[in-house]
Write a protein that binds this ligand. Structure first.
Ligand code: SF4
Ligand code: SF4
Length: 418
């Protein structure tokens, strides 16, 4: 690695060194409590997947360039040169970590692996060795925000074609708009993912609840966050924030996408609107009697629920899906351990978005998740995140689990009582 490249990468490293990050980099006592916490280690038994081992790869570079002893006397201690080989190690550590933060709840110091891996991801971007597809997808989202006029008409046509499906799911009055878009003064802006599965059930529920809502022009997913690019994460987020302000909505509701929810909730700052996960909104409708669901709709099949890490452990939405499930079944089977310590599905952090390239690792590293689901005896496995749904469906096929993997919102929509 030439000097200029290294200097540029070290500037990126420096940009991440706030007080919290320095604390994470300087605190680990190597107590080993986090050893069994990572699903990849628990499933595969390889030391390189222990959280503290991943930290160490970043920490050694920190010691070499940002600590006095490492700078003056690099051969001692555990300082490590930033080299091509170090970049390979950073890649392996960062793109086998889903950012689920399970290790963080075990660590007595709350060391945040996801934050430490964000340094690794930023260095990979600086060295142009990040997964290119994630950057391309992030750029496409940003471009869409800049040239809304170019795709507006085709988007509106696509949505019109979906309205008949919503009407079929939920009886509408003649003349009503099943999927309102661009409504200034709406109470709620719903930010969906691309695809009917994220729009139709949600629209049916909003309409059944009599919500004054409007659909966002933008898809919720934030590829900038997956690839760990803070600038792109912000630009993708800002498209939705600006749209919400333009329409003067009171609430931005994020669809079943864990990362999109966490980014909007934790990074959008103080805004004139509330941020909610669609699960929270559905629970609210049930609580207020705005919608009713048929408890016999799922034919007394045992149901379990996978908590998406970014929505539950990292986003605090734990009670609401359970409240919804109380209305959908008399046979809810909770997983063990409970939501705070729930095993990650193994698909987060951009791994599902990398598709076939990560499939083998995703299947092997999530064996503990499969065992956790099987132990419930459930026939329906519900979840509330697109990434989790894809990964759990892949696991279902690979391990022949024999469960029906469902989005919680589609279950609510299917059980709506007129
Ligand atoms: S954040 Fe999750 S995937 Fe990453 S090291 Fe910790 S437990 Fe493992
Ligand atoms: S639990 Fe925390 S302090 Fe202990 S080894 Fe793991 S990261 Fe270090």
């Amino acid at each position: 690695m030439d000097k200029k490249t290294r200097d540029d990468l070290l500037k990126l490293f420096q940009s991440k060194l706030d007080e919290a990050m320095r604390l994470y980099l300087e605190t680990c006592t190597r107590c080993g409590v986090c050893t069994e916490a990572c699903h990849a280690y628990a499933s595969m038994g390889q030391v390189k997947y222990i959280a503290a081992y991943r930290h160490e790869i970043v920490r050694r570079i920190y010691k070499r360039y940002f600590k006095g002893r490492g700078r003056v006397w690099p051969a001692v201690g555990e300082a490590k040169e930033l080299s091509e080989m170090a970049l390979d190690e950073l890649y392996e550590a960062a793109y086998s970590c889903t950012g689920c933060r399970r290790c963080m709840v075990y660590c007595p110091f709350g060391i945040d692996t996801q934050m430490l891996m964000s340094i690794a991801k930023l260095l990979l971007i600086g060295a142009h060795t990040e997964p290119e597809i994630l950057t391309m997808l992030a750029d496409t989202s940003i471009e869409k925000g800049r040239s809304l006029a170019l795709f507006k008409e085709s988007f509106l046509t696509g949505i019109k074609n979906l309205e008949a499906e919503v009407v079929k799911k939920w009886r509408m009055e003649a003349g009503e708009t099943a999927i309102p878009i661009d409504v200034e003064g709406a109470d709620l802006l719903y930010v969906a993912l691309a695809g009917a599965h994220s729009i139709v059930p949600a629209a049916a529920i909003f309409d059944a609840a009599g919500e004054n809502w409007t659909l966002s022009f933008f898809e919720a997913v934030n590829f900038g966050a997956f690839v760990g690019d803070p600038t792109k994460t912000r630009l993708i987020l800002d498209r939705i924030v600006q749209e919400a302000k333009r329409l003067k909505v009171k609430e931005v509701c994020i669809c079943e996408c864990g990362t999109a929810f966490r980014v909007m909730k934790q990074l959008s700052g103080k805004q004139p609107f509330e941020v909610s996960a669609v699960t929270e909104v559905h629970a609210r409708y049930l609580r207020e009697g705005r919608i009713k669901v048929d408890k016999s709709r799922f034919k007394k099949k045992p149901i379990t629920y996978h908590d998406p890490c970014q929505i539950a452990r990292n986003g605090g939405v734990i009670d609401e899906p359970r409240y919804i499930l109380e209305h959908l079944t008399g046979d809810f089977q909770e997983m063990s351990p409970d939501p705070r310590y729930n095993w990650c599905c193994g698909g987060g952090g951009g791994l599902v978005a990398l598709g076939e390239d990560t499939l083998d690792f995703r299947m092997k590293s999530a064996k503990v998740k499969v065992d956790q689901v099987k132990a419930t005896g459930a026939q329906i496995l519900a979840t509330a995140c697109e990434n989790c749904h894809t990964q759990l469906s892949n696991l279902n096929d690979h391990y022949q689990m024999g469960v029906d993997v469902r989005f919680l919102s589609s279950m609510v929509a299917d059980a709506l009582v007129q």
